[in-house]
Design a protein around this ligand. Structure first.
Ligand SMILES: C[S@@+](CC[C@H](N)C(=O)[O-])C[C@H]1O[C@@H](n2cnc3c(N)ncnc32)[C@H](O)[C@@H]1O
Length: 180
């Protein structure tokens, strides 16, 4: 009898978590119009190889989802301070749980709209977003970031700036932007 109730409780808990996931996805989609999908590994590998190993720098992931990109980069770059911004509560909580499990000191997540936070401190920025957001991303990138700041952009180009490099032409494409 006890095992029956335990099994039932576990089942209901899993249903609850799955529902929570879809509800938080739906809310994030309604307000921010971007699904929580992790970057394909091919793009992560390219970016990872370009990041400095021995410099103390700051990396922003604008829309960090479940933290896939940041956990990948931070494994081999302990000197970089990785900060993820996320508005989906489930993705944010899940990322923090992963941070505790993996004991990754150099990664943190903010439950914040990245348009309402200064990008001045970023040396590197990463985006894997949605076409409708790219004009605002471009405006803030031009206005706020330091001249050396590098923007890695998966999938959807900035509307006006020409990429300094196209790092991968296979979809989702990967672009590198720098103002200088
Ligand atoms: C396609 S996912 C990218 C996930 C992550 N960058 C990765 O590659 O593993 C985009 C995420 O951006 C989040 N997002 C969209 N607009 C946002 C905003 N203004 N502020 C914070 N997060 C946002 C969405 O909730 C979604 O989880």
């Amino acid at each position: 009898m006890i095992s029956y109730y335990l099994g039932l409780s576990l089942f209901l808990f899993i249903i609850f978590i799955v529902l929570l996931f879809y509800i938080s996805q739906a809310i994030a989609m309604i307000f921010f119009k971007v699904p929580t999908v992790g970057t394909p590994k091919k793009n992560l590998i390219i970016i990872n190889d370009l990041l400095p190993k021995n410099e103390l720098t700051t990396f922003f992931d604008l829309g960090s989802g479940t933290g896939k990109a940041l956990f990948f980069f931070s494994k081999t770059h302990p000197k970089i301070n990785f900060i993820g911004f996320e508005t989906s509560i489930f993705a944010y909580l899940y990322s923090n749980l992963k941070k505790i499990i993996f004991k990754r000191q150099n990664v943190s997540f903010k439950f914040k709209n990245f348009f309402n936070f200064s990008w001045q401190k970023a040396d590197y920025i990463y985006t894997y977003l949605w076409p409708s957001l790219m004009t605002r991303v471009e405006t803030k990138f031009i206005k706020e970031t330091n001249p050396k700041c590098v923007l890695f952009d998966s999938a959807f180009k900035l509307p006006n700036l020409t990429p300094k490099q196209i790092l991968d032409k296979k979809r989702p494409c990967l672009y590198l932007y720098q103002k200088d």
